[in-house]
Design a protein around this ligand. Sequence first.
Ligand SMILES: [Zn+2]
Ligand SMILES: [Zn+2]
Length: 155
Amino acid sequence: MVSKEKLKEYDIKYKENHRELLRQKARIYRKENPKHNSEYQKRPEVKERQKQLRNRPEFIEKRKQYLLSIKLKVFSHYCGGINKIKCQCTKCNISIIRMLTIDHINGDAHKNRHQGVGIALCLWIIRNNFPEGFQVLCWNCNCTKGTNRACAHYD
Ligand SMILES: [Zn+2]
Ligand SMILES: [Zn+2]
């Protein structure tokens, strides 16, 4: 008879050697059993494991890079090139990515809440093929723009 340890060892080896295949199988299973999957996701030990995975430094770094790439894509579109990214206010030279935002040129952000803000808005813009009516502004120029279309630089 095969010992439990041996079986376990075999199991680990098998999983190591068939990682991609097992991943594919799991993917198909998740697709075909969405309900089971959502119940599985709610288990506390699963939640805890996912939280730990999300907090791994390499995961955080990857996510950061991904979010940055999304922003760069949208900003470079509305600024006319990756090297031209800056606040589009003519009296402002801020080009630090973290200080820049997407502005609804007509000030109708409140009418377009479904578009989201921040990264969600960037993703919405990409999904909708970079529609007109947006520009890149820094936080200061954006927040002081209000309804009169010009920021505090022009007061
Ligand atoms: Zn500015
Ligand atoms: Zn300004």
